[in-house]
Design a protein around this ligand. Structure first.
Ligand SMILES: NC(=O)c1ccc[n+]([C@@H]2O[C@H](COP(=O)([O-])OP(=O)(O)OC[C@H]3O[C@@H](n4cnc5c(N)ncnc54)[C@H](OP(=O)(O)O)[C@@H]3O)[C@@H](O)[C@H]2O)c1
Length: 429
């Protein structure tokens, strides 16, 4: 059958949906020539037909009835940009009806990706999800294709723009957490309910997707250790900087001999590390492969046009596949289910801020408690003394987390220590 266009049904015309439509409008000629065929958006699902849109579209394209898309045999591709887990039934139905699927939905791909990819394979189709991690930064395709010759050893990413914006404002402009959050909300970098971002869940979804590809394993989202930034104090960022570090919310995945480690947490990063220079809403992923060495991907992690750019790139791939009967996508179903190493088995260095009695013997007592658990100190400094109270900041060398936790418990029983104010991991490379 000779066709004149690849026909698309769009689910959602919000931030990303409008970005996709805009790109299809402004770059139509180039997209047509790259795809080798016209691309036509036939229907767009929305909740509210009367809502003003950020892009001009003919009102006849809009519908509130999803079956007009899913049951239309002419529609070859469904682009899911509704968000949330409720979109799953539509994605499944689209695949069963032999439509290709493109999605930006990290929640869905992190929690149901493996089963959706299997369904796609069983129906001779594929799911493309470049936009689900890192907005406009190409990450999925490089992990699937360009770095395919490597055993990936480690991924370290700043993959949540909201928290990176807040941390950058706290660091460079000495803002307190709540002020930086309010500013992020006012500028559209944080949602009105930012809990998923602040508590690290959004980054954990994205890490699950990346780690699945990098380590060729099915990742169960609940095995990712997650800690957010909402308790972070400007004081800790200030002290970190004095010690030669900045604080970032990192997503880290590693493959070790005994299994995978998967975690999202704030950490002190040396100011000389490439990730320390990733500022404001930008994202980056640092990848270590056994052949390529170290590579870093950097750019805008969200936004209408950057995210739309990834979606439309997927659409061009799908259009080529349909037009030339050549499969570019490669279904990357992970056949392994690798063991995840518990956090306490990892080796980490720690930053600790304590309030102590301002009296002799406290430093010695602290050093003893750490040495009894075989944790050695890298730096220890007294930051200020006031009314008999001293603030002590210390950084340990890397030791088993189990040993550090035991040392921490014994310090808390020590009479000279009034409170443990903060504990953060430190990464050196
Ligand atoms: N925003 C970003 O920068 C970004 C970056 C990367 C990935 N993503 C992902 O992209 C997806 C879309 O995000 P977004 O920011 O574009 O969301 P959004 O602005 O909230 O847009 C969602 C769209 O879906 C429609 N919709 C939602 N539920 C619906 C339902 N039950 N029935 C019919 N229509 C429904 C909405 O219709 P109405 O407009 O009529 O309400 C709206 O047009 C999410 O999975 C998100 O995680 C977003």
């Amino acid at each position: 059958m000779v066709r004149d266009a690849v026909k698309v049904g769009l689910l959602g015309l919000g931030t990303v949906g409008a970005g996709v439509m805009k790109i299809l409008q402004i770059n139509s000629e180039q997209i047509r020539s790259r795809a080798g065929i016209n691309i036509e958006v036939k229907k767009i699902l929305v909740r509210d037909l009367k809502k003003p849109r950020a892009v001009e579209v003919e009102s006849s394209l809009l519908t509130t009835n999803v079956t007009e898309i899913l049951e239309d045999p002419e529609i070859d591709v469904v682009i899911e940009l509704m968000g949330g887990l409720a979109a799953r039934v539509h994605v499944e139905e689209a695949l069963r009806r032999k439509k290709y699927v493109i999605t930006a939905n990290k929640d869905l791909m992190a929690t149901a990706g493996a089963s959706l990819l299997r369904l796609a394979r069983d129906n001779g189709r594929n799911i493309y999800y470049e936009a689900s991690v890192g907005g406009g930064i190409p990450l999925i395709r490089p992990l699937k294709h360009s770095l395919g010759a490597n055993k990936i050893l480690r991924l370290v990413g700043i993959i949540n723009g909201t928290t990176n914006y807040i941390l950058t404002r706290m660091d460079l402009e000495n803002m307190e957490f709540n002020d930086a959050l309010a500013e992020a909300q006012a500028r559209g970098f944080a949602e009105q309910n930012p809990e998923n971002d602040l508590e690290g869940k959004d980054a954990a979804y994205k890490l699950s997707i990346l780690a699945g590809l990098a380590f060729n394993s099915q990742i169960h989202f609940d095995t990712v250790n997650v800690e957010g930034i909402s308790n972070l104090k400007q004081r800790d960022i200030l002290y970190a900087r004095e010690l030669g570090f900045t604080i970032k919310l990192l997503a880290i995945g590693e493959e070790r001999a005994d299994g995978l480690t998967l975690r999202v947490h704030p950490a002190l990063v040396p100011l000389t590390h490439p990730l320390a220079g990733v500022l404001y809403e930008n994202n980056a992923l640092y990848v270590e492969g056994n052949a390529v060495g170290e590579v870093m991907f950097y750019g805008p992690g969200a936004g209408a046009l950057p995210t739309g750019s990834s979606v439309v790139a997927d659409l061009i791939d799908v259009a080529r596949t349909i037009n030339h009967h050549v499969e570019n996508g490669i279904i990357e179903i992970a056949f392994h289910d690798k063991k995840v190493v518990p956090l306490e088995e990892l080796e980490s260095a720690f930053y600790l801020r304590l309030l102590a009695e301002d009296q002799s013997g406290v430093f010695a007592g602290l050093a003893n408690a750490f040495s009894e658990e075989m944790v050695s100190l890298d730096m220890i400094i007294q930051k200020r003394s006031r009314e008999g109270e001293a603030e002590i900041v210390l950084v340990t060398h890397a030791e088993k987390e189990k040993s550090f936790n035991a040392a921490l418990a014994s310090i808390q029983k020590f009479s000279g220590i009034k409170a443990v104010k903060s504990v953060y991991r430190v990464i050196r490379k």
